[in-house]
Design a protein around this ligand. Structure first.
Ligand code: DX5
Ligand code: ZN
Length: 219
């Protein structure tokens, strides 16, 4: 089943609670929260305090994308703050197996993210431990960048590896430059969860924005 996860990075932070309620009413499935530390990526955004503040504002799952170095130091705090899904970058985790277990021990579902230049094969040994694989379709750090079509081959590879191992329930998420056109190509390649920042929060009519991404992904 297709899921749409609006990224609050492109929302109006002065009205964050209202923005979240609006996309929930408009048909969003998850709320995507981009955490950046100014080291792993050049930008700084959100900490566990904001996740805790957002938690009572919505019934939707909170999907926390950690773009930070040494994520093990903060996973317990994000889980306590109410994260339902926590994803870490493979590139930031020298002990990925340990990090995945840490996420699960704290009661969250575990995802691993690959930057555009990281090959699918690095995840092969750990796929059975994962609930989600996130393939970045831009270089992480900012909203509003252009989708990198080259990543579609990697979406296909991950979907194939999962199917081969009987792990078809693992979500394959794409993030960056997602709009109705790119969502359609990513869905054909095997993506099941679509993160969209500017293509949802940048539009006046959020309901229409979410509906058009969903219908493009479903065709
Ligand atoms: C980029 C973030 C994305 C970002 C997507 O580093 O991980 O979630 O908000 O924004 P758009 O959809 O505008 O590319
Ligand atoms: Zn993200």
């Amino acid at each position: 089943m297709i899921k749409i996860a609006p990224s609050i990075l492109s929302s109006d932070f002065g009205r964050l609670a209202d923005e979240i309620k609006e996309v929930e009413a408009a048909g969003a499935d998850w709320i995507h929260i981009d955490v950046m530390d100014g080291r792993f990526v050049p930008n700084i955004t959100i900490g566990p305090l904001i996740v805790e503040a957002v938690r009572p504002q919505t019934g939707l799952p909170l999907d926390v994308h950690l773009m930070i170095e040494e994520p093990d130091r903060y996973i317990p705090a994000f889980a306590r703050a109410g994260a339902d899904w926590i994803s870490v970058h493979q590139e930031a985790c020298p002990h990925l197996d340990r990090t995945i277990h840490l996420i699960k021990e704290h009661g969250a579902r575990a995802g691993v993210v690959l930057n555009p230049a990281t090959p699918a094969e690095v995840l092969k040994p750990i796929l059975p431990e994962l609930d989600l694989v996130l393939l970045m379709t831009v270089n992480p750090g900012f909203g509003g960048q252009a989708f990198i079509p080259r990543v579609l081959k990697k979406v296909e590879s991950i979907r194939r590896l999962l199917d081969q191992e009987g792990l078809s329930d693992v979500e394959v998420q794409v993030d960056g430059g997602i709009n109705p056109e790119t969502a359609k190509t990513a869905a054909r390649a095997g993506a099941s969860v679509f993160v969209a920042g500017s293509a949802v929060f940048g539009k006046e009519d959020r309901e229409k924005a979410i509906r058009s991404i969903r219908s493009a992904a479903e065709t």
